[in-house]
Design a protein around this ligand. Sequence first.
Ligand SMILES: [Zn+2]
Length: 215
Amino acid sequence: MSIKILLRMRPEESMYRKALIDLVKNARGNYVVLSSGYFQSNVVAMVNDLSNTIDYFLSASMKNKIILVGADFISCDGKTDCNHCEFYNFVQALENKYASQVIVYDVPNMTKLKKGRANPWHAKMAFKFDGNSPTATIIGSSNVTSSAVFDWGTNGFCKHECDLYISEHDISLSSSLEDPLSCISVILDDQNPYTEKQLLETAYQEIKEVIDEIK
Ligand SMILES: [Zn+2]
C-alpha cells in the first residue's frame, strides 16, 4: 500500500495528471470513476499521455468502463468556456469511440443556485475498482480542467492544488522538477515490519472475530 500527498506549487508540472495516469494504467480493476466539479474537453483533446492511457484502458477490454460524475449546468451560457458544453464535449469525446463503456452521471437538476448552476456537486475524486473493491483513489482539490491537468511554462498560471493518492500498489511517480514538495510519500510507521495492507487485514480479522462472537 502506498500513500502520496501531491502539492502543486509551480505551473511547470502536474503531478495530479501523473497520478491519474498511474491510477488508470497501473491500479487493478475494470472500473475507473472520475468525478469533478468541472470537466474541460481540451483535457482529452490535447493531453496526449492522459488520453492515450484512457484509450489503452478502454480498448483493452469491453468490460472496462469509465464512469464520469460531473455537475450539470442548466444550459449553455453562450460563452466559449461554457461549463455546460465543456462537460458534454468531454463526455462526447469519449463516447465517440467507446459509447457502451462510458457511463455518465450528470447530477440532475436540483435547486437552481447562483450563476445558473443546477446543483452543488463539486467532489474531486478518482477511483479504480476491481469488482466491488476499490484498489486506488485520488482525492483532492484538482478538477479535470486544463488548469490542473496541463503542464504550463515557468511563467504560466496554476492554482495551488493538493491531492491525496492512495493505492494498494506501490506508487512510483517521478517529478521532473525534483521539487521535494511536489510528491510526499507518507509512511505510517517505518519501524513496523508489516505493510499497511497487512495491518488493515489484521484489524479487519480482529473486528470480524468480535462480531462473529457477538452473533
Ligand atoms: Zn455552452
